[in-house]
Design a protein around this ligand. Structure first.
Ligand code: LAG
Length: 465
């Protein structure tokens, strides 16, 4: 049984990818007013530092250093522990929960130039041998003889997902030192880290690479963790894989990647038939167990970058209007807990964040300027739909209508919220009369953004006889 909290159904969280604690803190008042309810921050633990990375004049180190823990000290590019704690407390005052991306499946592997032997906070480490005095060699898996091996452990290979359950959870993920999470002492150290975050006021955690940890081990870890923590786990399930998302649903929510896949397939095919949670490929999780998005930071790094050979399997910010409509649809649809990505342009897989801060200190932001932060969460099409979702509260879908071209969809949620989507070229000729929404003047949330009153475009519903 699961007594862990989940976010309110009409809430929306935003992943402020690579933002500093000072910038997140400065954003929370705006977020609270806009109707957001939570922020996922980048991993706060001590990570590796790399030298000689490309574009080091304009950019910070590659974003992926954050997924290589050296210790659980809260020292990262985003700031130190007191800045972190200050952010958490400040955001709470504005009704914004902070969710932490916790990387507990593995420890650092290194790469790019000299990986260095000390982490960002000065902790000495050596691949698979020791990480300060936190972990030593016996805390890692040593599963020899499966696939190719590095320092006495196998490396996860694509075919393992369909043929070797234990390899997925005991071999190394992309060269990263795989913790033996079946060991009680390892479980205890991870639980201690999560409890420390909860004590600082953190409301939830995204469990990175959860599929690569056994769900029983994960359950044992969570047994020692403060029960008010919201948990959502990254289980990147493909069809017919041996490790399934369902194994993790009793522990918390699971990231429902099949939502992103369904949205990508329908919008790319420009055919909106079979749009919705009942059409997810090879099954779907119950709504209160699922976290959904159109894209995440990994997906953006796979798409439209010349140096990466992984296929693009989601819409990304580079898809322009189609992306905006797909995000709006995700926010309008009452399934799962939605997450919006707020990122920056990257033209290669690992490209780091802009060096300039988001908040300039005079109250203005650098969002949208070339080579800077996108701030997708502030776009009117997205922040307006955050408000729309709140106004729809917990009403279900009614009056779904699909045009014969399959390029136009409309539906209502209760008697206050209605959406018309058009991804075709012809003008929308929806069945405007077929709704519970009474005659009156309504705000076009998609155009208006999140402002309190409707100052821009309004839409009039009249009764036709
Ligand atoms: C995740 N979820 O399961 C994260 O969402 C994803 O961003 C992480 O990969 C991954 N799992 C491990 O936590 C990212 C990058 C990788 C990067 C890794 C560690 O997508 O490219 O690997 O973080 O920094 C990098 C190099 C690899 C190298 C590895 C170890 O790119 O070539 O083998 O480091 O040295």
């Amino acid at each position: 049984s699961n007594d862990r909290p989940v976010p309110r159904q009409d809430g929306v969280q935003v992943h402020l990818f690579e933002w500093s604690w000072a910038d997140v803190k400065a954003e929370c008042e705006w977020l609270g007013k806009a109707g957001y309810t939570g922020v996922q921050v980048s991993p706060p633990h001590e990570d590796i530092t790399v030298r000689d990375y490309p574009d080091s004049q304009a950019r910070q180190e590659p974003w992926w250093t954050r997924y290589q823990p050296v210790s659980y000290q809260l020292v990262s590019r985003s700031g130190n522990e007191s800045e972190f704690a200050d952010m958490v407390q400040h955001c709470r005052k504005h009704g914004i929960d902070i969710y932490v991306d916790v990387v507990i499946n593995h420890m650092a592997g290194g790469s790019l130039g000299d990986p260095g032997t000390v982490g960002r906070a000065g902790t000495a480490w050596q691949y698979r041998q020791f990480y300060g005095d936190l972990y030593s060699s016996t805390d890692f898996h040593h599963r020899k003889g499966e696939g190719f091996s590095v320092h006495g452990n196998c490396q996860i290979q694509d075919q393992d997902f369909h043929s070797c359950y234990d390899c997925v959870q005991q071999c190394d993920l992309g060269g990263l030192a795989d913790l033996d999470t079946s060991k009680q002492s390892v479980q205890g150290k991870i639980a201690e880290y999560l409890n420390r975050l909860a004590q600082l006021g953190v409301a939830g955690v995204r469990v990175d690479a959860a599929k690569h940890m056994n769900s029983w081990d994960m359950g044992s870890i969570l047994q020692g963790v403060n029960s008010s923590l919201y948990v959502y786990q990254e289980v990147l399930e493909g069809c017919n894989e041996l490790v399934t998302a369902e194994e993790y649903t009793s522990l918390g929510q699971v990231i429902e990647f099949r939502w992103a896949q369904m949205v990508f397939e329908r919008f790319t095919a420009r055919d909106l038939q079979f749009l919705g949670s009942e059409y997810l490929p090879c099954g779907h999780l119950p709504s209160d167990r699922a976290l959904v998005f159109v894209e995440n930071h990994d997906r953006q790094s796979n798409c439209h970058v010349p140096d990466y050979e992984v296929p693009c399997v989601s819409l990304t910010v580079q898809d322009g209007d189609t992306y905006k409509v797909a995000v709006a649809f995700t926010l309008a649809y009452p399934y799962g807990s939605p997450q919006v990505l707020s990122s920056y342009a990257y033209s290669s897989h690992g490209q780091g964040a802009p060096k300039a801060a988001v908040h300039k200190g005079d109250g203005s932001v650098t969002c949208g300027s070339p080579d800077a932060w996108y701030c997708q969460h502030r776009w009117p099409e997205i922040s307006g739909m955050v408000r729309w979702r709140r106004s729809a509260a917990d009403s279900g879908i009614s009056h779904w209508w699909l045009s014969s071209s399959h390029q136009q969809v409309q539906f209502s949620r209760g008697n206050t919220a209605m959406i018309f989507m058009n991804i075709g070229r012809e003008a929308f000729r929806g069945k405007l009369y077929d709704t519970k929404v009474p005659a009156g003047t309504y705000c076009n949330a998609y155009k208006e953004g999140c402002r309190d009153r409707c100052r821009g475009e309004s839409i009039k519903f009249v009764v036709l006889r």
